[in-house]
Design a protein around this ligand. Structure first.
Ligand SMILES: Nc1nc2c(ncn2[C@@H]2O[C@H](COP(=O)(O)OP(=O)(O)O)[C@@H](O)[C@H]2O)c(=O)[nH]1
Ligand SMILES: C=C(OP(=O)(O)O)C(=O)O
Ligand SMILES: [Mn+2]
Length: 630
């Protein structure tokens, strides 16, 4: 290490912390830390290793600094973000690009020189009087070819505490990898805080992704989707690095679906934020590997996936003891650390959230302050007890349905991709693609979903969201689609691709399926992946036969599944599918300059088949009207 850097670090860290840091021999790491101590100018620095002692230091500091409050249940705490800081800030999240670097209108960018200058000014001295926490993590199973070491600098003990729960420890991994650690860097400051310990200068909220230096900056925000470097910020760096190295980072759950005779078939599932990943990954009777972000590689020609995380930052809205028994149990298990955010803190030190199956408390405190039932805001609108994007943060280790392969260094063998979104009127509940390219294009690249409270802005607006990954893309859309289609190259065999739709409504706007119906779709897909059931060939893909679904409904959710329900759900709505093709093609044309030809050929072929079917059958085709079953 350069002598000046060493001297500077020893001075600023002090003996003990300096000794901890220099157990890692990596010159780039020292330069990175020294540079940002100079810029952010913290009063002190704490180097967090993998010990439980250091975890306690962080969790105690979150309480002491008032960023978390203890709850009645041992190990449980609550954190509030500012009312203006309740979701991902897409508008102020920019990929830094050099002049001439094209990302297309869907990906918000900023000139790299300008962005670095701006963040330098915003973060200049921002940590004065506060302590810088240095957190190390590994993205992916330690020691595996998937593993990426990551380091985060932050002045928020809540953010550091969350990362300790959500990610695999990385300090020992950094020591192991030494000079060759090719690590991701995150620099975060929550900035000046209000009386209630939430970010004050929201107008100076900035999230900049610097791909050239594998560094993400986040300032003046606390909401985890904007500040946990290892989560949504690392996704952007991983998508970029994967595109160069031939692997993928996807916004996907990974889970084991349990079939007959103890068979476990592994699935991935890509749904936009708040559209079903966590609730699917937590289906009782199945086993979870991950609920949000997957790294996929071909190993010996087989598509394999890992959860790059090791925890869950899940939406708590609507979680109830009937539909979500495993989550419910995890949220009531004393002695495990659980951080609740933006729910209602009740007077007896408990928590309440919208949709919880419990009595509505008479009084409490939420992200907007004091709350009583019927409270109205200044515009006379009811103030909910908890925010729609309220979350819980916990480590996977406490989940009873944790899959045994969660830390397998080779990941799990992927038999199925599932794509879905909040689609009220077009896709049937479950359908298998005709082949790989058709699946990637007509399902993945065609996802449209209504926006939700996970991002700041208007909810309920139908938005094109290719592979549910649009918010996190750091490469042009066309290139992203191409690397997904090309992922098939060199594979000995490929996962089947399915489209699912949990949100299909009748023409009168009523949901056609209950939350638990998805259990049946996954069991059917598992049978399909293993050749145990035939399916009906339609012009948009393969749909289940009624005779295979009815017994599954009986066995799994104990109810009659009538033929009328089946017809209402699985009849092909031709006009809706045709207008979807128009929207998706237009969106791809407007969103990027580099859409691969395969998108147009696959969708035009689908359009031709739909028009042919419309001529024969009219606007709606019942499952029984198709002729091929295989
Ligand atoms: N109507 C309906 N809502 C669902 C279903 N599955 C999940 N949701 C709702 O979707 C929201 C978030 O789902 P979640 O799985 O946390 O989304 P994630 O952000 O993709 O992990 C919650 O409000 C759930 O109640 C379903 O099958 N039907
Ligand atoms: C935190 C997020 O993840 P999820 O997909 O679970 O909403 C997010 O997207 O902001
Ligand atoms: Mn989720």
């Amino acid at each position: 290490m350069d002598d000046n850097v060493a001297k500077f670090l020893e001075e600023r860290l002090g003996g003990e912390q300096y000794a901890k840091l220099t157990k890692i021999s990596n010159g780039k790491l020292y330069d990175f830390i020294a540079h940002f101590i100079k810029l952010l100018d913290p009063a002190s620095v704490f180097v967090c290793d993998d010990s439980t002692g250091d975890l306690s230091y962080i969790s105690e500091k979150a309480i002491h600094d008032g960023e978390e409050q203890r709850l009645a249940m041992n190990g449980h705490t609550i954190h509030f973000d500012s009312p203006l800081d309740q979701g991902r800030d897409k508008e102020h999240t920019n990929i830094l690009v050099d002049p001439g670097e094209e990302m297309g209108p869907e990906i918000s960018t900023r000139d790299r020189t300008e962005g670095l200058k701006d963040i330098g000014e915003v973060m200049d001295g921002i940590m004065r009087g506060r302590q810088m926490l240095i957190v190390f993590a590994t993205l992916g199973p330690n020691g595996s070819e998937f593993a990426i070491p990551a380091v985060q600098l932050t002045d928020s003990p809540y953010v550091a505490h969350s990362e300790k729960l959500l990610y695999r420890p990385g300090y020992e991994e950094f020591i192991r990898q030494g000079e060759q650690a090719h690590f991701f860097k995150f620099v975060h400051s929550e900035g000046e805080l209000t009386e209630s310990k939430t970010t004050k200068n929201i107008d100076k909220r900035r999230i900049y992704i610097d791909l050239k230096d594998d560094t993400v900056y986040s300032a003046n925000t606390q909401y985890a989707g904007n500040t946990l470097g290892m989560k949504k910020m690392a996704m952007r760096l991983a998508i970029h690095r994967g595109s160069q190295e031939g692997w993928l980072c996807e916004h996907m759950l990974v889970m084991g679906i349990h079939g007959p005779h103890g068979r476990v078939t592994y699935f991935t599932g890509a749904f936009p934020s708040m559209c079903g990943k966590t609730s699917t990954a937590m289906l009782d009777g199945e086993s979870i590997v991950g609920d949000d972000i997957a790294y996929l590689r071909k190993i010996d020609g087989v598509v394999r996936a890992v959860n790059c995380e090791h925890g869950m930052f899940g939406i708590i809205l609507g979680v109830n003891s009937k539909d979500d028994p495993i989550q419910w149990k995890a949220l009531h298990a004393p002695g495990h650390q659980v951080i609740f955010s933006n729910v209602l803190r009740t007077d007896d030190g408990g928590v309440y959230w919208e949709g919880k199956d419990a009595a509505v408390p008479e009084h409490g405190v939420n992200f907007k302050g004091e709350w009583t039932p019927g409270k109205l805001d200044k515009d006379g609108k009811p103030v909910p007890a908890s925010h729609a994007n309220a979350r819980f943060t916990l480590g996977l280790g406490m989940l009873e349905n944790l899959d045994k392969n969660v830390d397998n260094p080779d990941g799990v063998e992927v038999s199925a991709y599932v794509y879905g979104g909040r689609d009220s009127d077009t896709w049937v509940p479950v359908e298998e693609s005709i082949d790989w390219a058709h699946g990637i294009v007509a399902f993945g690249a065609s996802i449209e979903s209504e926006t939700t409270a996970a991002t700041i802005g208007k909810a309920g607006v139908r938005q094109h969201n290719p592979m549910s990954n649009l918010d996190f893309l750091s490469i042009p859309l066309g290139k992203y689609l191409q690397i997904n289609v090309d992922f098939a190259k060199g594979a000995k065999w490929l996962p089947k691709i399915f489209g699912v739709n949990y949100f299909l409504q009748s023409r009168h706007g009523k949901f056609l399926n209950g939350k638990n119906d998805k259990k049946v779709w996954y069991k059917w897909m598992e049978l399909r992946c293993n050749g145990d059931v035939k399916a009906i060939k339609t012009v948009t893909g393969w749909i289940p036969e009624y005779k295979d679904l009815a017994p599954l409904f009986k066995d799994i959710i104990g109810r009659e599944y009538t033929h009328e329900e089946y017809e209402a759900e699985f009849s092909l709505r031709i006009p809706e599918n045709l207008s979807k093709i128009d929207r998706v093609i237009a969106s791809w044309k407007n969103s990027t300059h580099d859409t691969p030809e395969v998108l147009f050929t696959e969708l035009e072929a689908q359009r031709a088949r739909l028009l042919e079917a419309q001529k024969t059958f009219g606007d709606e085709v019942k499952p029984s009207q198709w002729s091929v079953i295989a």
